[in-house]
Design a protein around this ligand. Structure first.
Ligand SMILES: Nc1ncnc2c1ncn2[C@@H]1O[C@H](COP(=O)(O)OP(=O)(O)OP(=O)(O)O)[C@@H](O)[C@H]1O
Length: 228
């Protein structure tokens, strides 16, 4: 069975230690919810797993996966930024993403790629397919960003505050889709301030904020989001 393994992971940002010695394992079909105060390092952990921030120390691996793919290539990162090209149409955005990201389907993960139009319809934004993505509302943009996870299946979803900007109905739909991903043998690591107990099966991991007085940092990572 595929497994995400994080062993003794230490992450620094801008020269300051964010967390150290973090270890956990996540099996196929399971979700891990990361909680913690502002600045505790939830986003940093997700960005590190996504390959966007290099770890200072430790090991991360997707065991039992596709041997030709890195951990990051097993994952979709659903972060705060929309990663949407505003001048392209909604459907062109998804077609680009489908062609740009290779599906990764290790043993035990059974998801089918969805056609761009089908997932747009499912998420209630099919009528926007030919519009420039710039015309979408915040919640619609969030749904377009979410649609990317379905056009090119990958087993590990890394989701930073996934329910932000979604109305109650969209939030309920997202939880349902996340549970279906788990039933398909996928995995989810998600950071949240709100309860995500509707996910099943789920375990929780609390990150603690760095010790007071630890102000040794003096710089910035060079991974600031690119503005499309
Ligand atoms: N690009 C960066 N350069 C330097 N420091 C950074 C950078 N990004 C984040 N940090 C610092 O890393 C620490 C952890 O930030 P992170 O965003 O991971 O926390 P978080 O738990 O996700 O917080 P929140 O709940 O507010 O979203 C913070 O002290 C933050 O200032």
């Amino acid at each position: 069975m595929p497994k995400l393994i994080v062993d003794d992971l230490t992450v620094d940002r801008g020269g300051r230690r964010v967390f150290a010695g973090l270890s956990f394992q996540l099996e196929a079909g399971h979700a891990l919810v990361i909680t913690g105060a502002n600045g505790a390092g939830k986003s940093s952990l997700l960005r590190t797993l996504a390959g966007l921030v290099p770890p200072a120390n430790g090991r991360m691996a997707f065991e039992g996966g596709d041997s030709d793919s890195t951990l990051a290539e097993h994952a979709h990162y659903f972060g705060h930024e929309s990663a949407v090209k505003r001048a392209l149409s909604v459907s062109s955005n998804l077609e680009f993403w489908r062609d740009f990201t290779r599906p990764v389907l290790p043993d035990g993960f059974a998801a089918n790629a969805m056609a761009p139009m089908d997932i747009l319809e499912l998420l209630g934004i099919g009528h926007t397919a030919d519009l420039p993505a710039a015309y979408l509302s915040a919640g619609q943009t969030r749904r377009l960003t979410l649609a990317r996870l379905f056009v090119s299946p990958r087993p590990l979803w890394l989701m930073d505050e996934p329910t932000s900007a979604l109305d109650a109905a969209s939030e309920a739909q997202l939880i349902g889709l996340m549970n279906t991903h788990l039933k398909n043998g996928g995995m989810i690591v998600t950071a949240t301030h709100t309860e995500l107990t509707a996910l099943s099966p789920v375990t929780a991991l609390q990150l603690t904020a760095p010790a007071a007085g630890d102000h040794g940092g003096h710089g910035y990572d060079d991974d600031l989001e690119a503005f499309a």
